[in-house]
Design a protein around this ligand. Sequence first.
Ligand SMILES: Cc1ncc(COP(=O)(O)O)c(C=O)c1O
Length: 390
Amino acid sequence: MPALGNKLYFNFGGQGPLPSPSLAAISASFATIQELGPFSDAVWPYVNRTVSGLRQRLAAWFGVVPERVAFTENVTSGCVLPLWGLPWEPGDELLVGDAEHYGVVAALEELARRHQLRITSLAVADLTGDAAATAAAVSERLEAALSPRTRLVVLSHLLWNTGQTMPIAAVAAQLAGHARHPWLLVDAAQSLGSLPVAEAAAAADIYACTGHKWCCGPEGLGAVALSERLLEVSSPTLIGWRTLEHDGPGAGGYHRDARRFEVATSCTPLFAGLNQSLQLLEAEGDAHGRLAAIRKRSGQLWEGLQRMPGLHTLLEVPPPAGLVSFTMADAKGVPLDPAAVVKQLGDRGTWLRTLESPRCLRACTHLVSTADEVERLLTQLAELIQLSAG
Ligand SMILES: Cc1ncc(COP(=O)(O)O)c(C=O)c1O
């Protein structure tokens, strides 16, 4: 990963660095396309093989058949495209977790405005304890929040702000027992490439991912796993030639499978790049083994932060994945401005990010994070606190 050669990098939840073999796969794919085409009968088998190979690989990660996987550009379009294709009725309620990404929330608000839907909130941002306590609280609060009008529940698999995981498969089972069986939309921005996703992806109606965060693929390519019941009743949202079952003018109907949410020309080399990044992850062990390695480093960081006066982690327990969010205060207990801390660390070649709600810092650890890098981050944070004391 050339990006890691000259910095301490803790922003995997923002964007993962691209491994050299993935960059090489992208370049090689561009070269192949030029050699065979770019627009020729000779190139289409290569393009189709590249796209369907990645669809099969992702389907295996999701634990679903390839027909349930659509390619998108990013997480947000994986949420938005199927949402706009559902048969809404005025008065339907959307129950939205209070730790969702503002981009997805904005899209839900516009959907609600245009279809006269009502948005209600499910509190999960305050769940900072262990997995069992979190699962129990989510189940209890969900039961209390569901109404006969609830038509959709929106939750992330791994909350981007607190770093807490949501019990998605259990939520799906709970919704299945509800009279109206609301749709379950899962924002999987932080989970694909960091958590085992098969159980959750197979259980959700919309499980929307991107390749450019924890998968360490190129930016500009995402995927969404869709449930069979959603595919049965949804209509395509943006229609183009890839939406159609048969190519050519007057060819008629839309794909019955998830490709009904695909639109038109995409950048095939990105598919080659993401496929390579996923293979590199697979070579590191199975999803549970990889998560254990990620947690080893996030746990080390979390433990180190507990020992530092002035540091306060959002989670009360070692993180269930690779996201560690925290606040900082100086020796007198005065909060340090997260943006200033990010700038000071950036000046030292160390990268993490601020979050707005709650206002804090977030550092991510991935498989490539080393014990030494985590120790160096902890040392730098301690230095900043000392400097702030004067
Ligand atoms: C939880 C969550 N949802 C959505 C997004 C937006 O991702 P994208 O740009 O791939 O749509 C992000 C990006 O940080 C995120 O963390």
